[in-house]
Design a binder for this molecule. Structure first.
Ligand SMILES: [Zn+2]
Length: 192
């Protein structure tokens, strides 16, 4: 929960090169001259998590269809499918917990339901400027929370998945069992 968790390489790698606040370095001076991650870093983290959330949501629809077919190795459900469900649930619950009521409504309409700014503005009775300010605020708030969350942050996304796969995986089935092997993992992606 502290700045110690923020590795300079991480913030540098995530920073927006054209950022007017940090000049692409990923850090800026906070209170009492302490170096803190720049908001562009938080927004990049949010985008990475949101991208994975969308990937999981699309995958879950597919899985709910194929899961109707009985298959061997039930424990595999504890790994990949379960992780996908967990990530979706965590993404939504954590967001709700850390946003104000209005920001959560904007988050829900825009990020979860896919409404564009026009629709959000007319539904929520806010103007375009306030909408985009809110989107920035939401991304920055959640980007920080996703990374600092204890014990398991939603970011880095691959660590969330990899760490849990290791804990949940049951011993491998005996030789010759169909579909044995390591759990399927979503495509890994560099944080940068
Ligand atoms: Zn910046």
């Amino acid at each position: 929960m502290t700045h110690q968790d923020w590795d300079r390489d991480v913030t540098f790698g995530l920073a927006m090169p054209s950022c007017v606040h940090c000049g692409g370095h990923g850090t800026r001076n906070g209170r009492r001259g302490m170096e803190v991650p720049c908001n562009c870093v938080f927004r990049a983290i949010f985008r990475a998590c949101y991208e994975r959330f969308r990937f999981c949501a699309a995958k879950e629809k597919y899985i709910s269809k194929v899961s109707l077919v009985p298959c061997r190795g039930r424990d595999r459900r504890l790994t990949y499918e379960r992780l996908i469900e967990d990530y979706i649930a965590d993404f939504c619950l954590v967001s709700k917990r850390h946003l104000s009521d209005l920001d959560y409504r904007i988050f829900r309409y825009h990020f979860l339901l896919g409404a564009d700014w026009r629709l959000c503005c007319s539904r929520l009775g806010i103007d375009r400027g306030n909408f985009f300010h809110a989107v920035y605020r939401i991304q920055q708030r959640l980007g920080r929370v996703f990374k600092e969350l204890q014990p398991y942050g939603l970011y880095p996304v691959d660590e969330y998945f990899a760490g849990r796969v290791e804990r949940n995986t049951s011993p491998p089935p005996p030789e010759g069992t169909p579909h044995q092997g390591t759990p399927v993992r979503p495509p890994l992606r560099d944080a940068a």
